[in-house]
Design a protein around this ligand. Structure first.
Ligand code: ADP
Ligand code: ZN
Ligand code: ZN
Length: 817
């Protein structure tokens, strides 16, 4: 009887590979275990067992596996089902899903190992000096790795030497599989057992009188263990006693101290007693009850609660319930909102049961969280994480919370799988028969639409906690201010007035400048108008090298205008302004106050972001200038004024969601103002104070925004009314990608008629020497998405059978927004 396994390997192959195993291996193996398998000529990959069966592959002869790497599965069946769903829905391979899902430490790497070629005796006289050194070393050691050879030759680039040795048949190369993950071990010391008797100890201390430092180490060891009653770390002993680790080492060598190691978790919680959760106010209480009601009918429920309404405390109550049922909780947040503020808040309630999963964590830390979830450890009852935490090995989820569900960063754009974590979480919840709550002060149109269609349940909180008033939002017409010469740089007189008053009262200020301010949009300095695409309702983008205005959605283009089409002014501006410039201007305007900047540049590194947040909390900063990073889930007591430097460059961004996003961003930033009893103030500077979105922001009118935007989505066939799949083609030869994209678009049009847009060159049409072309497919609601995908795959297959196109890379992005 022959046995086979189908294996997922972390490379984008359309089909699973089949390997042969022995009967006893087949008996031992379970789906979800890792195996090392040979692939291609000499490669070795880590694969996940997907299926164990007895059907030999017909197209090729199955190779043997190399090694079984686990004693029990590290991936469960629900996860494999989720990978399968992701691969179908987002049109990627299971290998893509596997690579996204597993911490990289789980994916074994091949490392080159050099061996002496024992099958041949070679004349050492033919070897050059450096070759000889390596060859000789191999007489003493059976194998060497690249870095050993670097050490022997004392240089970095040793590959040429190795290559020559291979050519001379002196050595051979082998790939060795090794496991990267090692739990962190902490070094401890204790007194050697031979000194456990009173007299022996007495004698030791007398002997050590002549070595006062060593004497001190022993006394410190006693005092630490007496107070902590816990094992003593070498590092603690060294700090407390003031003795160097060398002195401790000499005591170990003498046999006075004994060293030992304990495996510890990298992700640690160091708190005391848990706090009781808060009593909800009447609005929160009502919302909680409504959510529970809603869950009886709708597994997915949307909570629309204004900023600072206390949504988190409502989540906390739901989490408490689910924990009491013995089930797991996943709390999803956009990466950037994963701040210590929120982590601490949850840890205060739930203590060590909270595990955090974050892209800034090391692979080791991720492995620890993974194993805690896999082993149902109490340390991971609640996982607080960014989008990739949907991949953890849950098997008993009771609740998923998706906080700030409108956030774009839940979508992964590159590489595949190009998944949306909120939407995938809905599927995940369904697999576990768990409930899922989407929360936001400014829900995405698609979620609100789903709620209105009664596909999702819906609950609202319209009051801020503690009756804190919503901030007072004032629109400042900078067109008028420029005319009246009331602008200093980018600051209107109104903004300067409010800033001065706020600072005099000892309050803090946040100034918001959209990062996207740098996008090449043409804007009239006189009236603020930006040229629009006649077909798509988006701003046109300026292409300097062609001196053109172009639409990135339909390909419409015109020559660059000389005068404003609205007012005729010739003062056109195509430069944005960024946070750095604002920071400089603030320093000149308010030289006596401390100014800081928060953007991608200032928040690199694991704690970069936290440092700025803490400085603001502790009032070491008076004025913080920042990008959209400022909008996320932060709670600052003393910020009273928020200034939005320029609303127009957000509104004019060339994207069908620009208006929705602007509304969300501005309301979220405004939500940072005045979270205490003093009413906050928000100033929005704009050329267009009558823009509908700005009116809707200043009156906090979500419904009106929703209705108006949905109208546009109907008219222009955008999501959530239509579905979208974007196809990107890439090649280093422009002509090839051009003809390939024309061919592909034409073939797709035979299926989808005028629902196919493009091919179109994206704004940055050449990246890393590859030319890009985009094709967009719009899919009406009544069309079956799976049939559409089948058709795309069919067209794709005939595409790749054309010899000229085979080298063109195709990227599929489902729900590309
Ligand atoms: P949201 O997430 O809706 O913006 P939060 O949950 O952050 O709002 O709540 C805003 C503030 O009000 C927080 O400082 C929070 O601690 C406080 N708060 C909310 N609910 C309660 C409650 N029931 N009791 C005490 N404080 C609360
Ligand atoms: Zn104008
Ligand atoms: Zn257009």
């Amino acid at each position: 009887m022959n046995f086979f396994i189908d294996v997922i390997i972390p490379v984008p192959l359309k089909k699973l590979f089949t390997y042969s195993v022995t009967a006893s291996e087949a008996d031992f193996l379970k789906v979800g275990m890792r195996v090392a398998v040979p692939f291609g000529k000499s490669k070795i990959y880590t694969g996940i067992v997907y299926k164990i069966h007895q059907e030999a592959p017909t197209a090729y002869e199955a190779k043997d596996i190399q090694q079984i790497l686990d004693d029990s599965p590290i991936v469960n069946e629900k996860q494999l089902k989720l990978w399968q769903w992701i691969s179908n829905y987002y049109m990627c391979t299971l290998g893509d899903a596997m690579r996204a899902a597993l911490p990289s430490a789980f994916i074994l790497e091949s490392e080159t190992v050099i061996l002496k070629n024992n099958t041949k005796n070679i004349d050492e006289g033919i070897l050059k000096d450096d070759e000889f050194l390596v060859y000789e070393a191999l007489h003493h050691q059976s194998s060497l790795k690249i870095h050993d050879i670097s050490n022997i030759l004392d240089k970095k680039n040793v590959l040429p030497v190795i290559k020559r040795l291979i050519e001379k048949d002196a050595i051979s190369v082998e790939e060795e599989v090794y496991e990267k993950y090692k739990p962190k071990l902490v070094r401890y010391v204790k007194l050697h057992t031979s000194f456990s008797s009173e007299t022996a100890l007495q004698k030791l201390l007398e002997d050590l009188n002549r070595a006062p430092k060593q004497h001190q180490v022993i006394l410190t060891l006693f005092s630490i263990s007496a107070t902590t009653k816990k094992p003593v770390k070498v590092s603690d002993l060294s700090t407390e006693s003031g003795a160097s680790t060398a002195i401790i080492k000499s005591l170990i060598n003498k046999g006075v101290l004994e060293e030992y190691y304990i495996q510890t978790d990298r992700v640690q919680y160091s708190g005391d007693e848990n706090e009781a959760t808060k009593h909800l106010n009447e609005y929160q209480e009502t919302a909680l009850k409504e959510i529970k009601d809603s869950f009886t009918k709708h597994a997915v429920t949307l909570l629309h609660g204004v900023t600072s309404s206390g949504k988190t405390e409502v989540y906390v109550k739901l989490i408490e319930d689910v924990l009491n049922q013995g089930k797991q909780v996943l709390y999803l947040l956009p990466e950037i909102a994963l701040t210590t503020q929120l982590i601490t808040r949850l840890q205060n309630y739930f203590g060590e049961q909270v595990a955090v999963f974050h892209s800034k964590y090391s692979s080791h830390e991720r492995v620890e969280v993974w194993n805690h979830v896999l082993n149902h450890s109490v340390k991971a009852k609640i996982v607080l994480g960014a989008r990739s935490s949907i991949f953890l090995p849950f098997d008993n989820l009771g609740l998923i919370v998706v906080d700030e569900e409108h956030e774009q960063s839940f979508k992964q754009f590159d590489p595949a799988p190009r998944y949306h974590a909120r939407d995938t979480a809905v599927v995940l919840a369904n697999m576990h028969e768990a409930k899922i709550l989407l929360g936001s002060a400014t829900p995405s149109l698609e979620s609100y639409f789903n709620a209105k269609q009664n596909k999702y349940g819906f609950v609202e909180i319209t009051k801020r906690y503690n009756d804190v008033l919503m901030p007072d939002i004032e629109l400042v017409d900078i067109k008028d201010k420029f005319k009246k010469k009331l602008m200093k740089g980018h600051f209107s007189d109104r903004l300067i007035e409010e800033m001065t008053e706020t600072l005099n009262e000892g309050h803090q200020i946040i100034l918001f400048q959209n990062r996207r301010g740098f996008s090449p949009i043409v804007e009239c300095n006189t009236c603020g108008n930006s040229p629009q695409c006649p077909n798509c309702d988006v701003s046109l983008t300026y292409h300097q090298y062609r001196n053109q205005l172009r639409c990135h959605y339909c390909g419409y283009n015109s020559v660059m205008i000389k005068d404003c089409m609205a007012c005729g002014s010739s003062e056109l501006d195509n430069k944005g302004f960024g946070t750095e410039q604002i920071e400089e201007e603030v320093k000149l305007l308010f030289p006596d106050y401390k100014v800081a900047r928060m953007d991608l540049d200032t928040t690199r590194g694991k704690y970069g972001y936290e440092k700025i947040i803490t400085a603001l909390e502790q009032q070491e900063i008076d004025i913080l200038v920042g990008t959209q990073m400022l909008t996320k889930g932060l709670d600052f007591r003393n910020v009273k004024l928020v200034g939005i430097m320029n609303a127009d460059n957000m509104l004019n961004f060339p994207d069908f969601r620009a208006h929705e996003r602007s509304f969300q961003l501005m309301l979220q930033v405004s939500g940072r103002a005045g979270r205490t009893d003093e009413r906050g103030k928000v100033l929005i500077q704009t050329y267009n104070p009558y823009h509908n979105i700005l009116q809707q922001v200043s009156t906090n009118n979500y419904i009106e925004m929703f209705n108006e935007q949905m109208n546009d989505r109907y008219n222009y066939k955008y999501p959530p009314i239509y579905k979208q799949i974007k196809i990107t083609l890439k090649h280093k030869d422009y002509n090839r990608v051009d003809s390939a994209s024309i061919w592909l678009a034409k073939s797709l049009k035979q299926f989808f008629k005028d629902h196919v847009l493009g091919p179109e060159s994206p704004p940055i049409s050449r990246i890393r020497n590859q030319f890009h072309k985009n094709i967009l497919i719009k899919i009406p609601k009544e069309h079956s998405l799976s049939k559409t995908k089948k058709a795309i795959i069919k067209v794709n297959n005939s595409f790749s059978s054309i010899k000229d196109f085979r080298s063109v890379k195709i990227i599929l992005n489902v729900d590309n927004f």
